[in-house]
Ligand binder design. Structure first.
Ligand SMILES: NC(=O)c1ccc[n+]([C@@H]2O[C@H](COP(=O)([O-])OP(=O)(O)OC[C@H]3O[C@@H](n4cnc5c(N)ncnc54)[C@H](OP(=O)(O)O)[C@@H]3O)[C@@H](O)[C@H]2O)c1
Length: 221
């Protein structure tokens, strides 16, 4: 397949790139800092904090799918997920590319946004400890990051594209296993960790699973 990987220098993004190349895909990457990238990938350099969608059109034109590991490097970067994803979506709409898979986060399932003003109060995957203690603490600490990711999910829902959102819990750098649990539209019971490598594995696997279109998928090891 012809794939465009956005933010291929990040933790998940680098796994997406390595796994896509290992599977024989033809890859274009969109990065703001083109360092240490394999020679065989086409590189489009763009700072997605202020990206002109027209400048991204050559990066996505002709792609079978766009995969994105875009997210804030620090709390101060909150806003980048929705802003950058909006620019990528506009470039896809302009070039007729339909399939897009992006990373969000597990706590976003219960975060209200303009496009989803009444999310469930509790995620069905949460047990009592998560519901009463862990989720409220994490959500309070990272509120601006999750609001940005919820807005990013709105951008996709409004896009008319064939989108899938993957919502991982806390990410680790453990090796790829391919053994992880998933659930459509909710998080996983006792699902507190997942490796970046397995998130990338699921994102690539969704490309062969049309039933994941229009879904937010929970994942956990
Ligand atoms: N950390 C967790 O436990 C956790 C849990 C659930 C969900 N998440 C979500 O998952 C996302 C991905 O995780 P990760 O560990 O792979 O993140 P990461 O290593 O921080 O990667 C973020 C990627 O976004 C790129 N980026 C950031 N700002 C950009 C900009 N202005 N223009 C272009 N590219 C930009 C970075 O590029 P550079 O390499 O140039 O900086 C990098 O490639 C997180 O951002 C978060 O939203 C995280």
């Amino acid at each position: 397949m012809k794939l465009t990987i956005v933010a291929a220098t990040g933790g998940i993004g680098r796994h997406l790139l390595d796994q896509a190349l290992a599977a024989g895909h033809d890859v274009t990457v969109v990065v703001r800092n083109p360092r240490a990238l394999p020679a065989e990938v086409r590189v489009v350099v763009a700072d997605l904090a202020a990206a002109d969608p027209a400048a991204l059109e050559p990066a996505v034109a002709g792609a079978d799918a766009v995969l994105s590991g875009l997210g804030p490097r620090s709390r101060g970067d909150a806003g980048i997920a929705s802003r950058g994803t909006r620019a990528v979506v506009q470039a896809m709409q302009a070039t007729g590319v339909r399939r897009v898979v992006v990373v969000s986060a597990a706590p976003v399932s219960t975060v209200a946004s303009p496009g989803r003003p009444h999310p469930p109060r509790h995620d069905p995957g949460e047990g009592p400890v998560m519901r009463l203690l862990a989720t409220p603490l994490v959500r309070a600490a990272l509120r601006d990051v999750y609001v940005d990711l919820a807005l990013m999910e709105d951008v996709l829902r409004d896009s008319g594209l064939d989108w899938t959102v993957v919502r991982p819990p806390r990410l680790t750098d453990r090796p790829q296993t391919g053994r992880y649990r998933t659930a459509a539209g909710r998080n996983l019971r006792r699902g507190v960790l997942v490796s970046r490598a397995d998130v990338a594995h699921l994102m690539l696997a969704t490309l062969d699973r049309p039933e994941t279109i229009g879904q937010a998928i929970g994942i956990a090891n």
